[in-house]
Design a protein around this ligand. Structure first.
Ligand code: MN
Ligand code: MN
Length: 470
């Protein structure tokens, strides 16, 4: 009897998952479109380094496209474009669909807050002829990464006379910048013997703010007084105004291309503006009249657990959807129960230098497209919403039908650590949700890296989701 042979290459093509680098699965025109999209993304990064600035920038871009502030008392028709500015720190942008909200809405939700160094309420102090600032870091950082790197000062101060002062120092050429000092290696024997998490403590993250006093024969704290005098001259503020303020120190560098081939972008705050910007562009450029009302939510507070009235564990998005439902004469709970959401947040990209932190088969990679992450969480999937097989199937169909490069993965090796996104808070409203986002190297570092092709695929994914006719 003759042995039966088969064409294994052809069979594999038919049966096996294609994990090739995305470059080989798109043409040069698609690469050029990705590169062009990312030029504007880099501008968005530089113009919006804080949640407030990103909100303002998103609203500016939306108004250019005809979006107007939402009015709960008004009536809207299909194709109308509205936005809700939530306290200047989060924003929802919607295009009213043919069917309105009656059969549910489609949501893309990303966060625009990033890990950073916040000032304490009484930050200013003087020691050994330096004016310094006490800080309290925001979000999950590796503290040593934030020393000896140039920082810029951003934020808002509310003055006693009610004036709102926006602060931005260190971004324009010629501006002074700031830093947190570190110990010289020559004297670091003790520091170097500590664990990485203990070598720099939270109370060591003090910002160098000045080193010249006011010229006076009398008085104390002349160094502190001098910087306060300079702040007063620039902003008209007194020390008490720093209590009614939100001042954030962020890396001073701008977004740049990374790699000799310019295939990647290095910047502060890719997590999660690398999903926020594509989700924003998707709603700004969605088809004229989507089937269902589509909403991009750019939220705050994700990095500290989504609590607070600008975070997605609050009810602000639910209230908006209830208002849309009311205008359509339907019940808000019914609308939510029929709604779907792409939770747009970054994925941990495989890093060959730290290969053991990942399980190579189930990890997202740079340049393999947008990541679709079924679940996050930690210790046996704790704290995750875990998308259903059915909703995963819907999202796969959407991406495959539109020829969008996508991949899947987990957040690192099982039991090594973990994390979450806003997905669970939206899922808890009885919405079908899955995490869809861009893989990032050096996540939460002052300089994070993404691949341009993946950023563009995220945009195409959110746009296809909004444009989809069922
Ligand atoms: Mn994130
Ligand atoms: Mn994060």
């Amino acid at each position: 009897m003759e042995n039966k042979t088969i064409d294994a290459e052809a069979l594999a093509k038919e049966l096996m998952l294609d994990k090739k680098n995305g470059f080989f699965r798109v043409d040069d025109e698609e690469i050029a479109r990705a590169d062009a999209f990312c030029e504007d993304y880099k501008k968005f990064l530089d113009n919006g380094k804080t949640e407030r600035e990103a909100t303002s920038e998103a609203i500016r871009l939306a108004e250019e496209k005809g979006f107007v502030p939402y009015d709960a008392a008004a009536s809207y028709k299909p194709g109308d474009k509205v936005y809700v500015n939530n306290r200047g720190k989060s924003v929802m942008l919607a295009v009213i669909g043919e069917k309105g909200s009656r059969e549910g809405v489609r949501i893309a939700a990303a966060h625009i807050d990033c890990p950073r160094i916040d000032l304490k309420p009484i930050p200013l102090y003087e020691t050994t002829d330096f004016a310094m600032l006490k800080t309290h870091y925001y979000g999950g950082i590796k503290k040593y990464q934030w020393t000896a790197t140039p920082l810029a000062m951003h934020g808002r101060i509310i003055r006693r006379d009610g004036e709102k002062i926006d602060v931005c120092i260190g971004e324009e050429p010629g501006d002074p910048q700031f830093c947190i000092t570190d110990l010289l290696p020559h004297l670091s024997q003790e520091q170097a013997s500590k664990t990485l998490g203990k070598a720099i403590e939270g109370e060591d993250l003090n910002i160098l703010f000045g080193s010249r006093p006011v010229r006076s024969e009398k008085g104390d704290n002349l160094f502190k007084l001098n910087v306060m005098k300079l702040l007063n001259e620039k902003y008209g503020i007194v020390e008490q105004d720093l209590i009614t303020a939100e001042i954030e120190f962020v890396p001073a560098h701008k977004a740049v291309d990374v790699g000799l081939d310019r295939s990647m972008i290095g910047a502060y705050g890719h997590d999660d503006r690398v999903c926020a910007y594509p989700a924003l562009q998707a709603v700004l450029n969605c088809c004229e009249i989507p089937e269902q009302t589509v909403i991009t939510v750019l939220t705050d507070k994700e990095e500290t657990g989504s609590d607070g009235n600008t975070g997605l564990n609050s009810s602000y998005m639910r209230y908006f959807i209830h208002a849309l439902a009311k205008q359509d004469g339907v019940d808000g709970h019914d609308v939510l129960s029929k709604s779907t959401c792409l939770s747009a947040d970054v994925a941990a990209a495989y890093d060959p230098t730290y290969a053991s932190a990942y399980e190579a088969n189930n990890t997202c990679y740079l340049n393999k497209g947008v990541g679709v992450i079924k679940y996050t969480g930690s210790r046996g999937k704790g704290g995750t919403s875990d998308a259903s097989a059915e909703f995963m199937g819907q999202v796969r169909d959407l991406l495959e039908d539109a020829n969008i490069l996508w991949q899947t993965g987990e957040l690192g090796r099982v039991d090594l650590g973990g994390g979450g996104t806003v997905a669970q808070y939206i899922a808890n409203l009885n919405v079908d949700v899955v995490d869809v986002g861009v893989p990032v190297l050096s996540m939460h570092a002052p300089f994070e890296v993404v691949a341009k092709l993946d950023v563009y695929m995220a945009y195409r994914a959110f746009k296809a989701f909004f444009d989809q006719k069922k």
